[in-house]
Design a protein around this ligand. Sequence first.
Ligand SMILES: NC(=O)C1=CN([C@@H]2O[C@H](COP(=O)(O)OP(=O)(O)OC[C@H]3O[C@@H](n4cnc5c(N)ncnc54)[C@H](O)[C@@H]3O)[C@@H](O)[C@H]2O)C=CC1
Ligand SMILES: O=C(O)C1=N[C@H](C(=O)O)C[C@H](O)C1
Length: 237
Amino acid sequence: MNIAILGYGKMGQNIEKIAEKRGHSIVLKTNIKPNQEELKKADIAIDFSEPSAAFENISLAISVQVPVISGTTGWLDDYDKVVELCKEKSGHFLYASNFSVGVNLFFKLNKYFSKLMSSVENYQPELEETHHIHKKDAPSGTAISLAEQVIKETSYESWACPPDDSQNNIPIKAYREGEVFGDHCVTFSSEIDQLSIKHSAKSRQGFALGAVMAAEWLSKQKPGVYQMAQVLDDLIK
Ligand SMILES: NC(=O)C1=CN([C@@H]2O[C@H](COP(=O)(O)OP(=O)(O)OC[C@H]3O[C@@H](n4cnc5c(N)ncnc54)[C@H](O)[C@@H]3O)[C@@H](O)[C@H]2O)C=CC1
Ligand SMILES: O=C(O)C1=N[C@H](C(=O)O)C[C@H](O)C1
């Protein structure tokens, strides 16, 4: 495939290496809003830019009929607008807060864990995430996905980061330390004990490989808005 990389930072550079190893060509890599004519030459666009840039990049790709996947976090207030545009233009779009296969298995585990813990009384959930000091958004997109999964399986209605006093909010603690690639931990605690599940990324390789695999997958789908869970289900069939 001919790939356009929208956001050639830490993730964009990792994606370039993995995509080339898998036989793809990078026809555009940019750290600014992409040129429309150059973008049109791509079979697929991969956006790992910035919270303030993602919506414009994704919308542009959909408007010029280039399927697009995005891993950029912190822009989801505009997600519904992208879904609408995608329908209107018969585009292809896939967003994931985390593309690594490990984290997507962790998501499955978290849904089961939350369901199990909500079936017994007196356990309160709490989330912790730790990332490198350069990260622009907090909490991480992955922590938000984890919190939403807990909410679906429990009586909690929302989350709070930093934690507040409300009994209805799941507390999320976000830490920024050194060059940590991404750690996420979900804990349910009672007066008696606590149970936790945790995922730690050892590098950015898993995110980048998952993104390239998702791009390969999306290029074979009919127009629509897709989730990483669908990619994973096909991978682990
Ligand atoms: N979904 C996932 O699996 C993962 C998501 N991320 C997310 O991806 C995003 C990027 O992460 P990193 O590569 O670590 O950040 P980074 O800061 O290293 O790279 C972002 C790049 O985007 C560029 N940029 C700024 N405005 C742009 C525009 N209008 N168009 C194109 N590029 C533009 C910046 O110059 C920078 O080089 C973040 O939101 C991060 O949270 C990061 C890792 C995994
Ligand atoms: O900014 C990062 O680095 C990461 N961002 C994503 C997030 O916000 O969840 C995914 C991963 O944790 C790394």
